[in-house]
Write a new protein. Structure first.
Length: 179
Protein backbone atom coordinates (compact mmCIF):
# COMPACT_ATOMS: atom_id res chain seq x y z
CA UNK A 1 0.00 0.00 0.00
CA UNK A 2 1.36 3.41 -0.97
CA UNK A 3 0.04 6.26 1.20
CA UNK A 4 0.52 10.00 0.93
CA UNK A 5 0.25 11.54 4.40
CA UNK A 6 -0.75 15.20 4.70
CA UNK A 7 -0.24 17.31 7.81
CA UNK A 8 -2.35 20.27 6.64
CA UNK A 9 -1.32 23.85 7.16
CA UNK A 10 -1.27 27.08 5.19
CA UNK A 11 2.26 28.17 6.07
CA UNK A 12 3.74 24.65 6.15
CA UNK A 13 1.82 21.67 4.77
CA UNK A 14 3.75 18.49 5.59
CA UNK A 15 3.78 15.78 2.93
CA UNK A 16 5.15 12.25 3.23
CA UNK A 17 4.86 9.14 1.12
CA UNK A 18 5.33 5.71 2.66
CA UNK A 19 4.91 2.27 1.14
CA UNK A 20 4.35 -0.98 2.98
CA UNK A 21 1.93 -3.30 4.69
CA UNK A 22 1.13 -3.92 8.32
CA UNK A 23 3.69 -6.19 9.96
CA UNK A 24 6.36 -5.60 7.31
CA UNK A 25 9.19 -3.07 7.06
CA UNK A 26 8.05 0.28 5.67
CA UNK A 27 9.75 2.25 2.89
CA UNK A 28 10.06 6.04 2.74
CA UNK A 29 9.41 7.24 -0.81
CA UNK A 30 9.48 10.98 -0.18
CA UNK A 31 9.04 13.67 2.42
CA UNK A 32 8.78 17.43 2.27
CA UNK A 33 6.80 20.54 3.01
CA UNK A 34 4.68 22.76 0.79
CA UNK A 35 5.29 26.32 2.02
CA UNK A 36 3.35 29.51 1.41
CA UNK A 37 4.23 33.06 2.49
CA UNK A 38 2.08 34.24 5.40
CA UNK A 39 1.60 37.66 3.80
CA UNK A 40 0.21 36.30 0.50
CA UNK A 41 -3.47 36.49 -0.37
CA UNK A 42 -5.44 33.49 0.99
CA UNK A 43 -6.54 32.40 -2.48
CA UNK A 44 -2.96 32.38 -3.73
CA UNK A 45 -1.83 30.40 -0.69
CA UNK A 46 -4.53 27.77 -1.23
CA UNK A 47 -3.58 27.56 -4.90
CA UNK A 48 0.08 27.04 -3.95
CA UNK A 49 -0.92 24.24 -1.54
CA UNK A 50 -2.99 22.62 -4.28
CA UNK A 51 -0.17 22.85 -6.82
CA UNK A 52 2.30 21.40 -4.33
CA UNK A 53 0.05 18.46 -3.46
CA UNK A 54 -0.68 17.83 -7.14
CA UNK A 55 3.09 17.61 -7.81
CA UNK A 56 3.43 15.00 -5.04
CA UNK A 57 0.47 13.05 -6.42
CA UNK A 58 1.94 13.14 -9.95
CA UNK A 59 5.36 12.03 -8.77
CA UNK A 60 4.42 9.30 -6.28
CA UNK A 61 1.02 8.00 -7.47
CA UNK A 62 -0.29 6.99 -4.02
CA UNK A 63 -3.15 4.54 -3.64
CA UNK A 64 -4.47 6.25 -0.49
CA UNK A 65 -4.24 9.62 1.23
CA UNK A 66 -4.20 10.07 5.00
CA UNK A 67 -4.98 13.55 6.31
CA UNK A 68 -4.88 14.80 9.86
CA UNK A 69 -8.41 15.38 11.11
CA UNK A 70 -8.87 19.04 11.97
CA UNK A 71 -9.85 19.58 15.58
CA UNK A 72 -10.84 22.67 17.50
CA UNK A 73 -7.98 24.86 18.63
CA UNK A 74 -7.93 28.02 20.70
CA UNK A 75 -6.71 30.08 17.75
CA UNK A 76 -9.61 30.24 15.28
CA UNK A 77 -7.37 31.66 12.57
CA UNK A 78 -5.02 28.69 12.82
CA UNK A 79 -7.83 26.12 12.72
CA UNK A 80 -9.41 27.84 9.71
CA UNK A 81 -6.14 27.72 7.75
CA UNK A 82 -5.63 24.09 8.72
CA UNK A 83 -9.17 23.20 7.66
CA UNK A 84 -8.77 25.01 4.35
CA UNK A 85 -5.48 23.24 3.56
CA UNK A 86 -7.08 19.93 4.58
CA UNK A 87 -9.98 20.54 2.20
CA UNK A 88 -7.57 21.31 -0.65
CA UNK A 89 -5.74 18.01 -0.04
CA UNK A 90 -9.01 16.05 0.00
CA UNK A 91 -10.16 17.79 -3.19
CA UNK A 92 -6.91 16.85 -4.96
CA UNK A 93 -7.39 13.21 -3.93
CA UNK A 94 -11.08 13.16 -4.90
CA UNK A 95 -10.25 14.52 -8.35
CA UNK A 96 -8.08 11.42 -8.90
CA UNK A 97 -10.36 8.91 -7.20
CA UNK A 98 -7.89 8.36 -4.34
CA UNK A 99 -9.58 7.31 -1.10
CA UNK A 100 -8.95 9.66 1.84
CA UNK A 101 -8.81 8.66 5.49
CA UNK A 102 -8.88 11.18 8.33
CA UNK A 103 -6.93 10.37 11.49
CA UNK A 104 -6.90 12.39 14.70
CA UNK A 105 -3.57 13.50 16.15
CA UNK A 106 -4.04 11.16 19.13
CA UNK A 107 -4.78 8.19 16.82
CA UNK A 108 -1.59 8.87 14.90
CA UNK A 109 0.50 9.28 18.05
CA UNK A 110 -0.93 6.08 19.54
CA UNK A 111 -0.30 4.11 16.34
CA UNK A 112 3.29 5.28 15.94
CA UNK A 113 4.49 5.60 19.55
CA UNK A 114 2.02 3.58 21.61
CA UNK A 115 0.76 6.69 23.42
CA UNK A 116 -1.89 9.12 22.22
CA UNK A 117 -0.22 11.80 24.34
CA UNK A 118 3.25 11.53 22.79
CA UNK A 119 5.05 14.79 22.04
CA UNK A 120 6.50 15.90 18.70
CA UNK A 121 9.98 14.64 19.63
CA UNK A 122 8.66 11.14 20.40
CA UNK A 123 6.74 11.01 17.13
CA UNK A 124 9.82 12.16 15.21
CA UNK A 125 12.00 9.60 16.96
CA UNK A 126 9.64 6.73 16.16
CA UNK A 127 9.19 7.81 12.53
CA UNK A 128 13.00 7.87 12.27
CA UNK A 129 13.25 4.38 13.73
CA UNK A 130 10.37 2.86 11.77
CA UNK A 131 11.65 4.19 8.45
CA UNK A 132 15.31 3.49 9.32
CA UNK A 133 16.38 7.12 8.81
CA UNK A 134 19.58 8.76 10.03
CA UNK A 135 17.75 11.71 11.59
CA UNK A 136 14.16 12.83 12.20
CA UNK A 137 12.59 14.62 9.23
CA UNK A 138 12.49 18.39 9.62
CA UNK A 139 10.41 20.39 10.15
CA UNK A 140 8.04 18.52 12.46
CA UNK A 141 5.25 18.92 9.88
CA UNK A 142 7.17 16.55 7.58
CA UNK A 143 7.58 13.96 10.34
CA UNK A 144 3.88 14.29 11.20
CA UNK A 145 2.93 13.63 7.56
CA UNK A 146 5.02 10.44 7.59
CA UNK A 147 3.41 9.42 10.89
CA UNK A 148 -0.03 9.86 9.26
CA UNK A 149 0.96 7.61 6.37
CA UNK A 150 2.37 4.96 8.75
CA UNK A 151 -0.76 5.13 10.91
CA UNK A 152 -2.95 4.55 7.88
CA UNK A 153 -0.89 1.62 6.61
CA UNK A 154 -1.17 -0.05 10.01
CA UNK A 155 -4.81 0.80 10.76
CA UNK A 156 -6.49 0.51 7.34
CA UNK A 157 -6.64 -3.30 7.17
CA UNK A 158 -8.38 -3.55 10.55
CA UNK A 159 -10.71 -0.65 9.74
CA UNK A 160 -11.65 -2.28 6.42
CA UNK A 161 -12.43 -5.60 8.13
CA UNK A 162 -14.57 -3.79 10.70
CA UNK A 163 -16.49 -1.91 8.01
CA UNK A 164 -17.08 -5.16 6.09
CA UNK A 165 -18.34 -6.88 9.25
CA UNK A 166 -20.73 -4.02 9.99
CA UNK A 167 -21.99 -4.06 6.39
CA UNK A 168 -22.51 -7.83 6.47
CA UNK A 169 -24.35 -7.59 9.77
CA UNK A 170 -26.60 -4.82 8.42
CA UNK A 171 -27.32 -6.59 5.10
CA UNK A 172 -29.55 -9.41 6.50
CA UNK A 173 -31.63 -6.86 8.41
CA UNK A 174 -32.43 -4.98 5.21
CA UNK A 175 -33.31 -8.09 3.17
CA UNK A 176 -37.00 -8.58 2.81
CA UNK A 177 -37.82 -4.93 3.43
CA UNK A 178 -39.48 -3.05 0.64
CA UNK A 179 -39.64 0.67 0.17
Amino acid sequence: MRVLGVDPGLTRCGIGVVEGTAGRPLTLLGVGVVRTPADDDLGHRLLAVEQGIERWLDEHRPEHMAVERVFSQHNVRTVMGTAQASAVAMLCAARRGIPVALHTPSEVKAAVTGSGRADKAQVGAMVTRLLRLDAPPRPADAADALALAICHIWRAPAQNRLQQAVAQHAAPATKGRTA
